[in-house]
Design a protein around this ligand. Structure first.
Ligand SMILES: Nc1ncnc2c1ncn2[C@@H]1O[C@H](COP(=O)(O)OP(=O)(O)OP(=O)(O)O)[C@@H](O)[C@H]1O
Length: 363
């Protein structure tokens, strides 16, 4: 069976820092199994503060984010924000992000939970770098996605004595409010502007789950094979140059790893006595959002400006969904959650239950 959480109520943050302006809300899981776990284990919100990059140093930019020593807290001017973790700058080393925030999710994946890591932040703040979405098999191996891939195959290898695995990947982007399959055509590069691209339709099944009609789900047998799909999809992803990022992602990208585990016959007899599963299915969604942007600072006009408007609209819809889920009173009253306001929230509706926000900071 698949232990996909069915609902996803929100609870207030455990720890508050004055003032609360701009604080990121936390989304806990909702199934009865998950509800029995401590909230602190369910959801984490982490900030990764990237260092200044060469063009910024050339312009004489300086850091304006201060990390409170020994605390997962950042200060920007008079405002203080507290999270579960703060990485980069004088906080913990960014190399710990995977171990502390993501590794436990890979464990959950193997226990049958759907899990999600979502990178959110201003354009140029380092989301793609942190997620490792552009991993080509050589560079950027410190990114989250390559480490997830490696860990999944290591775990699967260790379990292959009594478990069969079917591992598949899909890779989609939401570009100007249309969903595109990034794995549908191996040969094409930079297809975003090509009129021939046919968007995928989002469908809702009778039991309320969201599916993407005809999306490519490629079976993979090794980390290398999975990395090839990631690299191929990333090449197809819509990117463009703005004043704030020479290679700015112009779409929200979701790389999904699906795992089906089946006990082999040697362990089947144990299974019948231990009331275990036949097939356990779970998904890991790795979401690299396009960055929020201000046209004045990105210098966007024409097509870029239109893209920016779509990006901001999707992010605003995501914020509204999170706010709606975060209002405990409204939630208890069964208030409306505006999932249908954008394709992004529609798709994330299925993966919001277990969510790690990676909040990349750049000021
Ligand atoms: N931790 C880091 N250390 C060094 N360089 C970094 C780091 N994070 C990001 N960068 C650099 O900063 C630049 C912007 O990063 P990136 O493209 O990942 O931003 P982004 O948030 O994905 O932007 P957008 O939303 O526009 O796509 C890149 O040149 C990247 O190499």
């Amino acid at each position: 069976f698949s232990r996909t959480p069915a609902t996803h109520p929100l609870s207030p943050r455990r720890r508050e820092a004055p003032p609360r302006e701009g604080a990121v809300r936390v989304l806990p899981m909702g199934s009865s199994d998950m509800a029995s776990q401590p909230q602190s284990d369910s959801v984490k919100v982490a900030v990764n503060v990237r260092p200044l990059i060469t063009p910024e140093l050339v312009l004489g930019c300086t850091d304006c984010v201060t990390v409170t020593p020994g605390e997962p807290q950042v200060q920007i001017g008079p405002h203080v924000f507290t999270y579960d973790h703060v990485y980069g700058s004088t906080g913990s080393s960014s190399s710990l992000i995977f171990e502390q925030c993501v590794y436990p999710l890979v464990d959950s994946l193997f226990c049958g939970y759907n899990t999600t890591v979502l990178a959110y932040g201003q354009t140029g703040s380092g989301k793609t770098y942190t997620m490792g979405t552009n991993y080509s098999g050589e560079s950027n191996c410190g990114g989250i996605i390559p480490q997830v891939m490696e860990t999944i195959f290591k775990k699967a290898d260790a379990m292959k004595g009594d478990t069969e695995f079917l591992i598949r990947v899909s890779f989609i982007e939401i570009f100007k409010e249309e969903v595109f399959d990034l794995l549908d055509d191996p040969g094409s590069v930079a297809k975003a502007a090509a009129p021939a691209r046919v968007p995928i339709q989002i469908r809702e099944t009778a039991n309320g789950s969201i599916t993407l009609a005809g999306v490519t789900e490629a079976e993979v047998k090794s980390k290398e094979e999975m990395a090839l799909h990631l690299a191929r999809g990333s090449l197809s992803r819509a990117t463009g140059s703005t004043n704030m990022n020479s290679q700015s992602s112009r779409s929200h990208a979701i790389f999904t790893i699906s795992i089906e585990q089946k006990r082999t016959s040697s362990s089947a007899s144990e299974k019948s006595t231990s009331n275990e599963y036949d097939i356990l299915s779970s998904k890991f969604h790795l979401v690299d959002l396009a960055g929020s942007e201000r046209a004045k600072r990105t210098g966007a006009d024409g097509l870029r400006l239109k893209e920016g408007i779509h990006i901001n609209r999707g992010l605003l819809a995501l914020g509204n969904v999170i706010s709606a889920l975060g209002d405990e009173k409204k939630r208890k009253e069964g208030a409306f959650v505006p999932y249908r306001d954008s394709k992004l929230t529609r798709l994330l509706q299925v993966c919001i239950p277990l969510l790690v926000f990676l909040y990349d900071l750049l000021f």
